[in-house]
Design a protein around this ligand. Structure first.
Ligand SMILES: Nc1ncnc2c1ncn2[C@@H]1O[C@H](COP(=O)(O)OP(=O)(O)OP(=O)(O)O)[C@@H](O)[C@H]1O
Ligand SMILES: [Mg+2]
Length: 456
């Protein structure tokens, strides 16, 4: 009996497969997108037999993770000490946040002594040159080349032929592969291009930086596969209207994901911010209630940040809770603990909380400063300007220790703080010029804010 020929139906838009023809793709929701394909199209091509199938671990040739200095201390730090040769790095962020600017700056730095290709699928070479002019003064000897080629297969050929060391792709949504159907930016195209670029990075030992757009909800546009495939995922965030930008790692196969890099956008491009504390503290008036300083750690770096709160009598049936820079759930938890454990009631008040500078406070070490600013506004008692808070708050109202206290205290002393409220510490570090006040629970905090006096 003749063997029955099997066919599959594949979505033109997202590549999802089905045994039957479907009018609408269940994965991506596209209508009339299924094409019939022969099953043989899905078989994996035979191995060329050059490489053994398995290798003993002792026989694996190893080069120590070869890190390359990107010429930018902030950028090096968030990658874990420079970019690893042959790594696949994905940079994402909102439109206009400065992804292309940052990448071109890094490309310029890397082009000293290396051959670098900047593929711009979104801007013409002339437009890239215009930005180049803004960023650089004299780079005649640089090894930077620009291309507008959108076809990844051709790109791979050019890279191998011209022996490039580093390739920038701006952006993964603008390149395409002729092997799969669909327009550039569609899920199937992104998947295929990402795989082809991965092969290029790993087989040809090319260091790759790929820019990815974000969706409305802020995640990288395209399949999740993209993030799984790459070695590092960096997010460039910050409101374009604010002066500074934060670069954050969410995945790093070669280093920590806690580090952040802070930059400011200037006419000459992105500049590194060496002293971030100055950015996140407003020019505070003495004697203003509702403001408290928080010492926090972002990765290995401590800095000072200001939290402002405003509590006002509400005449709404459901008083307002408006936050910027902290999660609404966090505020709800902190106010609930203050109500239940501390007998300070917020239920008839509108509560507004703002983190100065637009940074997003995610660390639990900022519970205590948020609570302090809320209480300061509630009691209309100002916290003196050289006082800061560190500590996590538990649901029972206890104040818990957080990692990195010693570094935070040193930063506090360096910035001229006089007194810092901390949790009860097992090892009390001695920092010159700082008065440490240990708080066991929120009663201690409430008492301190109630009796706070402006000193100096
Ligand atoms: N001369 C200048 N001075 C200061 N800032 C500038 C100047 N020119 C451009 N910018 C800033 O650079 C930003 C654009 O940067 P860039 O094109 O790198 O962003 P992008 O993230 O690549 O955007 P897209 O998603 O559109 O590709 C602008 O929003 C603007 O803030
Ligand atoms: Mg861009």
């Amino acid at each position: 009996m003749a063997k029955k020929k099997h066919t599959m139906f594949v979505c033109r838009n997202c590549g999802s497969q089905s045994l039957k023809w479907l009018g609408r793709c269940p994965e991506c929701g596209e209508w009339d997108s299924f094409d019939e394909k022969d099953e043989t199209a899905f078989t994996v091509s035979a191995r060329d037999g050059k490489e053994p199938l398995i290798v003993h671990i002792a026989d694996v040739a190893m080069t120590p993770a070869d890190r390359v200095d990107c010429g930018s201390p902030e950028f090096n730090r968030i990658l874990g000490g420079g970019v690893v040769r042959g790594s696949y790095n994905l940079i994402s962020g909102a439109p206009g946040v400065g992804k292309s600017t940052l990448m071109l700056q890094i490309a310029l730095k890397l082009a000293h002594g290396r051959k670098v290709l900047y593929l711009s699928g979104e801007e013409s070479a002339a437009q890239v040159k215009l930005r180049f002019g803004r960023l650089s003064r004299s780079d005649a000897q640089s090894g930077l080349f620009i291309s507008n080629e959108n076809n990844v297969d051709l790109l791979r050929g050019i890279v191998a032929q011209e022996k490039f060391d580093v390739v920038f792709v701006d952006s993964i949504q603008s390149v395409f592969s002729s092997a799969v159907p669909g327009i550039p930016g569609s899920v199937s195209q992104i998947k295929d291009c990402a795989v082809r670029l991965l092969e290029m990075a790993k087989k040809d030992d090319i260091t790759l930086f790929v820019i990815g757009h974000v969706t409305k909800s802020g995640t990288i546009a395209g399949p999740m596969l993209l993030e799984h495939m790459v070695d590092t995922v960096l997010y460039f965030e910050g409101d374009p209207t604010l002066g500074y930008r934060v670069l954050r790692t969410t995945k790093n196969r070669f280093g920590s994901t806690d580090e952040i890099g802070i930059f400011t956008m200037t006419a000459q491009g992105l500049e590194e911010v060496e002293n971030p504390s100055q950015f996140f503290v407003s020019n505070r008036e003495e004697n203003t209630s509702g403001s408290a300083l928080a010492l926090i750690m972002e990765g290995t770096r401590p800095f000072l940040i200001e939290v402002q709160s405003l509590t006002t009598n509400s005449n709404l049936p459901q008083p307002r809770r408006v936050t910027s820079g902290i999660d609404n759930g966090r505020l709800a938890m902190i106010t609930a603990v203050l109500e239940k454990r501390g007998d300070v009631y917020f239920s008839s008040f509108d509560v507004f909380v703002n983190v100065v500078g637009g940074l997003k406070l995610k660390t639990p070490a900022s519970d205590l400063p948020i609570a302090a600013s809320l209480l300061s506004s509630m009691f209309s008692i100002a916290v003196p300007s050289r006082v800061a808070f560190i500590g996590e708050m538990g649901l029972a109202g206890e104040i818990r220790e957080v990692p990195g206290i010693e570094l935070m205290l040193k930063e506090g002393a360096r910035l001229g703080l006089k007194r810092i409220y901390v949790p009860v510490l097992r090892h009390k570090p001695k920092v010159k010029g700082l008065e440490l006040v240990e708080l066991k629970n929120i009663f201690g905090l409430i008492e301190e804010i109630r009796t706070m006096k402006i000193f100096e």
